[in-house]
Unconditional design. Structure first.
Length: 312
């Protein structure tokens, strides 16, 4: 079986903060590094990252640092930062490096493969609700989980088994679904529905437990993604809509999805990867996506509001 000794993580945001402390504790400073440069590097080295009330510091490699080929590179950046991240990790990539992109959406594996080849790119997604504020991350470590694998995991490949071994030793909760594309598109449908309805209305996850109106927006957007997935041969349906309605009851009431957190912090959102991509796929496949189109324009208008466009 392939063995993974050296792990790099680029992107210590919501998803990266869930993995980094456990990987560092398990692998040690000789075998686990974060990739960062400039002010981000200095801040991580000098101030550390606040995670669940603790200050965590990790060894940092600058992009281009020679002589440190990684066995596994975990990519935890946002979709808007993926192209830059793929350039920043170039010096650490070898012929057998395994890539684990944790981005929201359904095209990050294709984008990584276009840069470094498809042979060693695994599929992955995170299920974790993280609150990020003032450089501090807060989450329930018992509720998060990483799903990963090949497209078809009925038989585990050597690289899937090698990554599994890393997660077992680090105590990272994980699942290896038989059908990763089904898992990714289900997560994507949930993300589009939940992220964007909360962002549009300025409400937390708890709104889904109290308002039929909020759920109407969420479920309508979710069903548009499901219709696209079915056109692509991925068997999603009303069962997944019902299942997610139950799952949402377990998320802390006050938690906010990432798009709302971005808007409140004045950051650019991932709207193009969320509603924008749904609209483009719908046009290509002949699937109507009026709710996604509305959400796309609405969130972009809120970004313009943050930029001061509506101030005379």
């Amino acid at each position: 079986m392939k063995k993974i000794d050296n792990v790099l993580l680029i992107g210590v945001g919501a998803m990266g903060s869930f993995l980094a402390p456990r990987l560092y504790e398990s692998l040690g400073e000789a075998h686990f590094h974060v990739v960062a440069d400039g002010m981000r590097k200095r801040r991580l080295e000098e101030q550390g990252l606040g995670i669940n009330g603790a200050v965590c510091k990790f060894p940092v490699f600058e992009p281009g640092t020679p002589g440190h080929v990684a066995d596994l590179i975990i990519i935890g950046v946002k979709s808007t930062g993926l192209d830059r991240a793929l350039e920043d990790i170039a010096a650490f990539v070898g012929p057998d490096t395994v890539f684990l992109p944790l981005l929201n959406g359904v095209d990050s594996e294709e984008r990584v493969g276009a840069k470094y080849g498809d042979a060693n790119v695994l599929h992955a997604l995170m299920r974790v609700s993280v609150v990020m504020k003032d450089g501090r991350c807060t989450y329930d470590p018992d509720l998060g989980c990483i799903l990963f694998g090949e497209k078809d995991n009925r038989i585990h490949s050597d690289r899937v088994s090698a990554v599994e071994d890393v997660f077992v030793k680090a105590g990272i909760p994980y699942e290896i679904p038989e059908d990763m594309l089904h898992a990714q598109w289900f997560k994507y449908a949930c993300n589009v529905g939940e992220n964007l309805s909360c962002a549009l209305l300025g409400v937390p996850f708890g709104a889904f437990t109290r308002s039929d109106h909020v759920n109407y927006i969420r479920e309508t957007a979710m069903r548009e993604v499901i219709a696209i997935a079915r056109k692509l041969g991925i068997a999603l349906g009303e069962e997944e809509v019902a299942r997610q309605s139950i799952t949402l009851k377990s998320i802390p009431f006050e938690n906010k999805p990432s798009t709302l957190q971005d808007l409140e912090a004045g950051r650019k959102t991932e709207i193009d990867m969320l509603a924008g991509e749904v609209v483009r796929l719908g046009e290509r496949l002949g699937v109507p996506t009026p709710m996604a189109a509305l959400l796309d324009h609405a969130i972009r208008a809120l970004e313009e509001k943050n930029e001061g466009l509506f101030i005379r």
